[in-house]
Design a protein around this ligand. Structure first.
Ligand SMILES: [Mn+2]
Length: 474
């Protein structure tokens, strides 16, 4: 169907999910303000073709609706994608020989493919010919320090294991050949640099298969290759090509590729940046990416994300991801029924989990189990409810907290734990407390006083009123 950004644009356009904007607009603030309004209205992806002062069009709001996220994965519903992973899930649940062979076959059929010739090499610029100022990177909020690349796929290799990582870390453009590399300490790119202790080769791809953009933004565990996951998610391999100056591979269908390195001893003040928390992240020392080579298509397209207070594009992704990863989570914690990261809580702020509770203290064990997993380790508040509570209905969750919680008994407070560096309420950057709230009904063994019986209508009466309903004419 498609295997790069422009193929995806074509499909979106055919379905009326993308609009080309001909009006002349500025990369400073104007594009961002337009995108935020269109996102809020549930509008289409936008391709700005007349960007003042730049030859490269800007693609935004790509994943502004769930429908578009799924389409990027060649799917109509989440189950279409989870069924592609079912062979792998079977191995995790029940590692029979047959399951292992089937999983191997699935991985083999979708693993990345190296190609010799690639559209992203149509133009190759080295050394002084590299001009990052030509990229129509956006400034999204008035007090930001400058223009930021917000949707880069950052490729690095683990210096010990050789495994690949792809992450999305914002990059402030400092000058024509250097940018910031804002990988936070918990991120895998930062881990690779920490292991290397010398300059680390880095390649940054803009564009490429949208499935890879999605995989790169997922909180996958350390050591898992996002390119392989992208192939599994979309059901076919991602094509890669070798870089010109570094020992890394990038998507053959990328629009623009930047090659260079990050030296662990070099930092520079980066920010402020208008973050997805709804605040300006203050200036902080940040690693520097030095670009030696830039390759691109003849007429590249520049993809960008517009950050801001949630709900935002990231929140739409999160909603899809939490459903994609639920079956995986259940392989580790089978008693988990459902999970919700409300977008207003900025990803790591709060998550609600429903469970099938069996023994005293079980809800607290689930909290500890979740915090022990890499992708939940930074979650500040975990609320655990019984399976009769719909985690996606915040009204029901609040009812459970109000009627099933004794704070002194049911809150688990942990001090000085790792937190998201973007949580500005933490006493120190990246270090602060967490709380788990056990809002499950307490078992006999847990309390002296049990909850009284819940209100419930007789089914027979319910059915009778159902049939009467139309004649009541209410
Ligand atoms: Mn990773």
């Amino acid at each position: 169907m498609f295997d790069d950004l422009r193929g995806f644009i074509r499909v979106l356009e055919e379905r009326g999910m993308l609009r080309r904007v001909q009006a002349k607009v500025k990369v400073e603030l104007e594009i961002a303000e337009i995108v935020r309004r269109v996102f809020k209205a549930g509008g289409p992806a936008l391709l700005f073709e007349q960007v003042e002062g730049f030859d490269i069009p800007v693609l935004t709001n790509l994943f502004g609706t769930e429908e578009r996220v799924l389409l990027a994965l060649r799917a109509e519903k989440v189950e279409d994608v989870t069924s592609r992973m079912s062979d792998l899930l079977k191995v995790a649940r029940k590692p029979s020989l047959k399951a292992i062979f089937q999983a191997l076959r699935a991985v083999k059929a979708t693993r990345p493919k190296l190609v010799g010739n690639a559209p992203c090499k149509e133009v190759v610029l080295r050394g002084e010919k590299v001009k990052l100022s030509k990229l129509p990177a956006l400034k999204c909020w008035p007090k930001e320090a400058g223009r930021f690349i917000t949707l880069p796929l950052v490729f690095t290799k683990d210096p010990e294991e050789g495994t690949r990582n792809v992450g999305i870390y914002r990059m402030q453009i400092f000058d024509d050949t250097t940018t910031g590399m804002h990988w936070q300490i918990h991120k895998h790119g930062a881990l690779h640099l920490w292991k290397k202790k010398k300059p680390l080769e880095v390649a940054v791809a803009l564009g490429g298969d949208p499935a890879l953009i999605l995989a790169a933004s997922m909180p996958l565990p350390q050591g898992i290759d996002e390119v392989m996951v992208a192939g599994l998610l979309k059901g076919s391999p991602i094509k890669l090509v070798k870089c010109e100056t570094v020992d890394l591979e990038v998507p053959a269908g990328a629009e623009i590729v930047l090659e260079g390195y990050v030296d662990p001893t070099e930092t520079r003040l980066e920010g402020p940046f208008g973050d997805h928390t709804g605040y300006y992240s203050p200036p902080q020392p940040c690693h520097v990416f030095r670009v030696n080579c830039m390759t691109m298509r003849e007429e590249p397209i520049y993809p960008a994300w517009v950050e801001g207070k949630p709900p935002n594009e990231g929140a739409v992704l999160q909603r899809v991801f939490q459903r994609l990863t639920l079956p995986l989570l259940r392989t580790v914690l089978p008693e988990v029924v459902d999970i919700n990261f409300p977008p207003e809580a900025c990803f790591h702020g709060l998550c609600i989990v429903s469970m099938r509770k069996r023994y005293p203290g079980h809800a607290k064990r689930i909290m500890m189990g979740l915090w022990g997993l890499e992708s939940f380790s930074l979650v500040k508040v975990i609320v655990v409810v019984d399976e009769d509570v719909n985690v996606h209905d915040l009204g029901e969750v609040l009812w459970a907290i109000a009627t099933r919680v004794d704070p002194a008994r049911d809150m688990l407070v942990l001090k000085e734990t790792p937190l998201d560096a973007l949580d500005h309420s933490a006493p120190r950057i990246g270090l602060g407390s967490k709380v788990g709230i056990d809002a499950t009904k307490k078992l006999k063994e847990e309390v002296e006083r049990e909850l009284p019986e819940e209100l419930k209508m007789d089914e027979e009466i319910s059915r009778k009123v159902d049939t009467l309903w139309h004649s009541l004419n209410l």
